[in-house]
Write a protein that binds this ligand. Structure first.
Ligand code: GDP
Ligand code: MG
Length: 443
């Protein structure tokens, strides 16, 4: 109850009491009374209030404290939680980011590296290929030029005559064919082969008697190419280590020189080569090969003059097997008292080699001197009757006008020409390429 309500109650007139007729016990209420009463009541209320208040304030305090504490705790907790969450989130984010970044970086790096590597590899490969190709091309060009120069005399002889012969002619008649025949024979193409060529040309121009000089030249060239393609035999491509080459041939044709050139040729290809000096007939022959071996720095197996050539060959193969050589080239004597002796000696050498390597010698190369023209062909025929030959080496094609013999050798013998000698220098040896040969001849 409020203070004023209480005052009102106090001063409220009693029921059925008329003011106008006051009770006799009633005091007259003065202004002062009212004021006093009010003061007392106020004091009470205040005291009461104070008492109640003092009780509640403690509780309130406690509650407030509690509330505040709770709130503060909650806030702090929340803050801490949030902070921790944020920190953890940030850390996790950073870690994940870092990891992802690292992974992505690594992947990208790897990819880029791989790509770059591939590109570089490809480029390097291409460059190396190009360089190798260029080198091969250059080497081919050098070889071609060399062959062209080698065949200068043969070409001049052959086509010098042909130019004269063809000038003003455009009709293929019997007279023309007779003259062509004579020209071929005198260019060392040989009678048999010349007859074949004339036959082919005749058949070809049967329908077309009028031809210009270039057309005639082309016909002749194509017929020669056809001829060279026949009876070329099998080129020995079998890979064996060591690969054994035995050189045979009469004295002076160029065996020893060709052996040195070939050894150098294989060495330049990065192959290991061992030379065997089985021409024990003359001391000079052993010396000559020894000098070459020293010059090109290739090992040699030799014995003193007069020792058994088959024993030297055997020693050479044994040594080549022991030192894991790629190639063995064996020189032999060309001059013996008679053909039977020569044959049996070569047979003995081949047998000795075969004892160590059953399929060897892999090549038996007969060396022929091209500058002797048709004599070389006859010599070859004689030789082939006496011994087994697998390949031919045609030496001294340079400086001779008798290169036409190559055509008749290819035509008449069933043994392929494998090597040609184009000069006296160490690198003057080439692998025979019949197309190149004809191209050069008809240049
Ligand atoms: P071998 O008796 O069969 O061993 O013959 P050589 O190897 O001793 O050679 C005899 C001669 O022919 C030497 O003077 C060589 O220089 C020379 N010779 C060998 N091959 C060629 C060649 O391709 N061209 C020229 N112009 N001379 C050669
Ligand atoms: Mg010799």
């Amino acid at each position: 109850m409020g203070i004023f309500d209480k005052i009102k109650q106090i001063f409220k007139p009693k029921e059925n009491n008329d003011i106008s007729t006051p009770n006799k016990f009633d005091k007259k209420v003065t202004q002062e009374d009212v004021l006093n009463k009010e003061t007392i009541l106020q004091k009470d209320v205040i005291n009461e209030n104070l008492a109640s208040k003092s009780v509640t304030s403690k509780e309130v305090q406690q509650e407030v404290q509690q509330e505040v504490q709770q709130e503060v705790q909650q806030e702090v907790q929340q803050e801490v939680q949030e902070e921790v969450q944020q920190e953890v989130q940030q850390e996790v984010q950073e870690e994940v980011q870092e990891e992802v970044q690292q992974e992505v970086q690594e992947e990208v790096q790897q990819e880029v590296q791989e790509e770059v590597q591939e590109e570089v590899q490809e480029e390097v490969q291409q460059e190396v290929q190009q360089e190798v190709q260029e080198e091969v091309q250059e080497e081919n060009n050098i070889q071609k030029q060399k062959l062209d120069r080698t065949l200068d005399k043969t070409r001049d002889g052959f086509f010098g005559k042909m130019k004269l012969f063809f000038s003003g002619k455009n009709k293929v008649d019997d007279e023309f064919l007779d003259q062509l025949e004579e020209m071929l024979i005198t260019s060392d193409v040989g009678v048999k082969t010349t007859v074949k060529i004339i036959d082919l040309v005749e058949k070809y121009v049967l329908k077309n008697k009028y031809l210009n000089q270039d057309e005639l030249k082309d016909i002749l060239k194509n017929q020669i190419i056809n001829l060279l393609s026949i009876n070329q035999g099998e080129q020995n491509t079998q890979i064996s280590k060591p690969y054994v080459i035995l050189f045979v041939g009469v004295n002076g044709v160029g065996k020893t020189t060709t052996i040195a050139k070939l050894a150098n040729f294989f060495k330049n290809q990065g192959k290991s080569v061992l030379i065997g000096a089985a021409d024990t007939f003359r001391a000079a022959a052993i010396d000559q090969l020894d000098k070459w071996a020293n010059k090109i720095d290739v090992p040699i197996v030799k014995q003193k003059m007069g020792s058994d050539p088959a024993a030297v060959a055997y020693d050479t193969i044994q040594s080549a097997i022991a030192s894991n050589m790629d190639y063995v080239i064996i020189d032999t004597a060309g001059r013996l008292h008679n053909k039977i002796n020569l044959m049996s000696e070569l047979e003995k050498i081949a047998t000795a080699i075969g004892k160590l390597i059953p399929l060897a010698p892999h090549e038996v190369v007969l060396a022929l001197d091209a500058s002797t023209g048709q004599n070389a062909l006859e010599q070859a025929k004689q030789f082939l009757k006496a011994t087994k030959v697998t390949h031919l080496a045609l030496t001294k094609l340079d400086g001779t006008a008798k290169g036409g013999v190559v055509i008749s050798i290819c035509d008449q013998l069933s043994i392929p020409i494998k090597y040609i000698g184009v000069g006296e220098q160490i690198d003057d040896v080439q692998l025979f390429d019949k197309m190149q040969f004809v191209e050069s001849l008809f240049k």
